[in-house]
Design a protein around this ligand. Sequence first.
Ligand SMILES: Cc1cc2nc3c(=O)[nH]c(=O)nc-3n(C[C@H](O)[C@H](O)[C@H](O)COP(=O)(O)O)c2cc1C
Length: 423
Amino acid sequence: MMLGWFVNFMPTAWNRPWAGSDPRAWTTGEFYLDMARALERASLDFIMLEDSSVVPESYGKSMKAEFQATTKSPKQDPIALAAAISQVTQHLGIVSTMSTSLYPPDRLAHVLATLDELSDGRVGWNIVTSFEDLAAQNVGLPALWQHDERYVRAEEFVTQAEQLWGGGGSLVSAGGSPIVASGAFGTVSAPQGTLGLVQGDRPLYCQAGGSPTGMDFAAAHADVIVAAPTGVPAMKAYRDGIRERLERAGKDPDSVRVLYMITPVVGETEGDARAKAERLYAPTGDALLRRLVMMSNQTEIDFAEFDLDAPIPADATTNGITSALEAMKKRTAGSSLRAALSEGGQSESLSLIGTPSSIADTMESALEEVGGDGFLLFGGGGGLLSRRYLDEVLDGLVPELQRRGLAQTSYAPGTFRERVVAV
Ligand SMILES: Cc1cc2nc3c(=O)[nH]c(=O)nc-3n(C[C@H](O)[C@H](O)[C@H](O)COP(=O)(O)O)c2cc1C
């Protein structure tokens, strides 16, 4: 199975046990460089760096709750971290998130070409379209385009980036004149003169479309698709949906890997793991606020206006992450927002609470039922990750998967993209 780790370049578990003694270990990148080395020691396929550079004001129509909950900020720039990680690792894939709604195509093409060279062919691009008006306003747009329009823009963006990468050549055309790529959203030229990509015509592409349009886009472009449908039937339906799209387009469905998001709670005994999960997911005031703020951030709907003891209104709509809102509607139907938010694992595909052995059993049988392909580990997001958690997963769970022959113990030769295609 493929294994990646998704992480926000944000404060670690600073106000919890095992916080460590250096409060700047996250801003300096030291924590995350240690993390990248640890992922490589455990032979994980890649690290994936989240990006969404806003201080949200959706919950309660102010930044106040976000500053209490720290779900999205403070955050450092992940591209700078990707460059630093490339210098302390040799094999780990490094997936950087960059938005087709916020970056200009020539900047993105130049940055990724540079990162590909810095990492000797290990860079991936997590292609996102963004979901916050505030993020659009940060770059001078009045608002974000409508959901499906964002994917039209993304199509054009990817085409332009590939033209700029020049099909394996240089950002400057053979004759020495700048390459010009035109489209409905604008014409770009790229005279910066980067030499080209180690990985050939493009880096590895990662994508996380959850909507039908997003899944169309993912199937058309991605090498690795990351998703968080809840439960084995939904995981299978998502993967089947991607494979059908690939088959319709005449592409090999086995050429794309679908990975599911998980945050295992690993204990020395089942009781130990359950007690840990109870502490972790306890619906305290702080935890509920954090989950409400996260939902508001994903949907740009003010969840402070909803009755905690009722389902969320069936007619609520969003120009943000539609799938997150729909999933929350399902969770609250016949129940309440409070009850839905009190469940653990808000953004996980599988609930994994147990010993390395029992968790590996569940992961193995889930993938057998679903058909493939792997998992995207996560530690719960900003303010929750600790070195202790990394150790539990990387030195506890991953070796168990390796002993069963389910996870790799070393890296095959080749670029990141070549390795993924060869799996
Ligand atoms: C594992 C995972 C990671 C994601 N990372 C980011 C990210 O770093 N930045 C971002 O703007 N969106 C991110 N997204 C959101 C997706 O790009 C996408 O907008 C979302 O899954 C909804 O799909 P849709 O756009 O098709 O509605 C992520 C989604 C998932 C499932």
